[in-house]
Design a protein around this ligand. Sequence first.
Ligand code: NAG
Ligand code: NAG
Ligand code: NAG
Ligand code: NAG
Ligand code: NAG
Ligand code: NAG
Ligand code: NAG
Length: 282
Amino acid sequence: MDRGTCLWLLSSFCVWGASRGARETVLGTLGKATFLRIPPPFQELTARFGAAVWKRDTEDPHSKQVLLKYSDGNYINYMQEQTRFHQANFSLEILNTSRQDRQLYEYIVSKEREEKVWQIQLEVYEPVSAPRIQVLGGTEANDSLTVTLNCTAERGDRVSYSWAGASRLCARNGSVLHLSYSPRNASLACSCTCTAANPVSRRAVAFNASECGREPQGGAGLRTGHLVLVLVVPVVAAGALAAGCTALRAGECPPRPPGHGSPRWEQTGRGETEPPRQAPGP
Ligand SMILES: *[C@@H]1O[C@H](CO)[C@@H](O)[C@H](O)[C@H]1NC(C)=O
Ligand SMILES: *[C@@H]1O[C@H](CO)[C@@H](O)[C@H](O)[C@H]1NC(C)=O
Ligand SMILES: *[C@@H]1O[C@H](CO)[C@@H](O)[C@H](O)[C@H]1NC(C)=O
Ligand SMILES: *[C@@H]1O[C@H](CO)[C@@H](O)[C@H](O)[C@H]1NC(C)=O
Ligand SMILES: *[C@@H]1O[C@H](CO)[C@@H](O)[C@H](O)[C@H]1NC(C)=O
Ligand SMILES: *[C@@H]1O[C@H](CO)[C@@H](O)[C@H](O)[C@H]1NC(C)=O
Ligand SMILES: *[C@@H]1O[C@H](CO)[C@@H](O)[C@H](O)[C@H]1NC(C)=O
């Protein structure tokens, strides 16, 4: 059971104990439908009392917006274009969630002098786009290679990044992965995968340099091939490009100690998408 479900259960059980402010947080995905659910005790109460209202706060602290009025099996939906009401469980479905929908919602059941309120705070997140991996720089010193990778997703709210892979060296939290390894493991970086995630979505992409995917690790000939690709080519390329690079792409060029090349890898990986996690609910 995840934390959301647990909180949901707890708050449902607390309904009768709390005098006011029984509250749930719902995570909505920008551009998708969002369900604002009513817990079973409130559903039963609605059936018993026969009247309920859906409201939400507005920017003005002195006014609330009435979204829907329910009375004995009939209802008026004041936001017919944007919402759908489900009489079976009194949930309100926001059809195309927008940033403006981020508000405190209230479901008020009333009868004569009695009133019970269920509150839902809606948070809206834009899902993350497929991340891209950029090589910030690399060096070769003594018997070790270093390479720095930066993973970024263009879109998405409150995105967090993490790295993982076959090697322990790939495991890291944050967008930047600094790798340092033996030239014998030249393709180690190829096993690293970056995941960009936020509470409503996650997408992963594997680092794929032009060197990746050619070889199973091992053979002496292949290893030499890697050394050539990873070390010699960059040295030559660095020399050839040095002037143009400093002039044209100064901002993108990593600082390079004299005599050392920077592996000039290009990310050509394809993103793999994992299904977004469900917002917490019953
Ligand atoms: C409420 O009812 C609607 C329509 O019957 C259904 O699509 C939806 O999944 C239900 N929601 C919950 C929380 O039971
Ligand atoms: C949802 O709203 C956005 C912005 O108003 C719009 O661009 C998009 O087409 C809408 N999507 C659907 C499925 O109606
Ligand atoms: C390379 O190795 C030498 C001797 O082992 C050491 O003194 C030097 O600091 C090393 N240089 C780097 C850049 O690690
Ligand atoms: C990584 O890339 C992002 C987006 O391009 C940039 O804002 C950030 O500064 C980069 N990080 C480093 C350490 O260069
Ligand atoms: C090469 O990588 C493998 C697996 O990632 C690891 O077990 C091994 O220790 C590495 N060798 C060197 C010399 O770094
Ligand atoms: C990344 O963060 C998660 C949660 O904070 C933690 O469990 C994990 O051990 C961290 N991983 C690394 C490689 O630091
Ligand atoms: C890595 O890129 C090469 C071409 O540059 C491609 O053939 C290969 O399928 C890619 N591998 C993955 C896992 O995307």
